[in-house]
Design a protein around this ligand. Structure first.
Ligand SMILES: Cc1cc2nc3c(=O)[nH]c(=O)nc-3n(C[C@H](O)[C@H](O)[C@H](O)COP(=O)(O)O)c2cc1C
Length: 179
């Protein structure tokens, strides 16, 4: 699959078959995170692979009400929690380099997109889950202070691939010379 089609055809998948994911494929997914770019190569990501059914149930209970991805926290063969180290990306000697402060969210966004695209290219589906009680999830996952739980990513072989939600036309977001 060429990259542009991988980007265009990746969908948020919330229904998975029971087929398990091999260690080899899991390793490819983790390599895609590993080779993602980051601020000054900070690599501020930490990935938790969650297999324990009680932990999954506890996480499901802190997902925001009516979140369409709730069921997938339990049903997906693979569940990642993507955590980030605070105050490292965008900092030099503990001082923010730019007015934007912490670049952790930016770096994790890239790493998670790498993960989702790699998964899609290998025939897997993923959904990025950002709407949940982050403090409660951090407690459940025993995330240490100085780190934040940012997203959960259920992954597996898709049972159903949703149709693509509408995108803005290029002309609607491209500006020439000035905003
Ligand atoms: C940062 C972020 C957080 C998201 N959080 C959720 C979520 O909590 N629940 C969910 O069902 N989908 C979530 N999504 C998936 C988006 O709804 C989805 O990417 C968007 O509707 C476009 O659809 P597509 O991914 O199929 O192209 C999230 C996506 C991103 C990038």
């Amino acid at each position: 699959m060429d990259l542009i089609n991988t980007i265009k055809e990746r969908r948020s998948v919330r229904n998975f078959s029971e087929k398990n994911i091999s260690e080899d494929i899991l390793n490819h997914l983790l390599e895609s995170v590993r080779w993602s770019p980051s601020w000054a190569n900070t690599q501020c990501w930490e990935i938790i692979i969650i297999k324990d059914s009680t932990i999954r149930e506890n996480l499901k209970n802190v997902i925001s009400p009516k979140n369409p991805a709730t069921k997938s926290i339990i049903s997906a063969p693979l569940l990642f929690a993507v955590c980030g180290k605070k105050n490292s990306a965008g900092f030099y000697k503990d001082i923010a380099v730019t007015q934007l402060g912490d670049w952790m969210m930016f770096d994790l966004g890239i790493a998670v997109q790498s993960l989702c695209l790699a998964a899609h290219s290998l025939g897997l589906g993923t959904v990025i889950v950002g709407s949940f009680d982050h403090a409660a999830a951090g407690k459940i996952l025993q995330v240490p202070s100085g780190y934040e739980t940012i997203v959960l990513v259920p992954a597996g072989y898709p049972e159903k691939i949703p149709s693509p939600p509408k995108r803005r036309e290029i002309i609607e977001f491209v500006h020439h010379d000035v905003f």
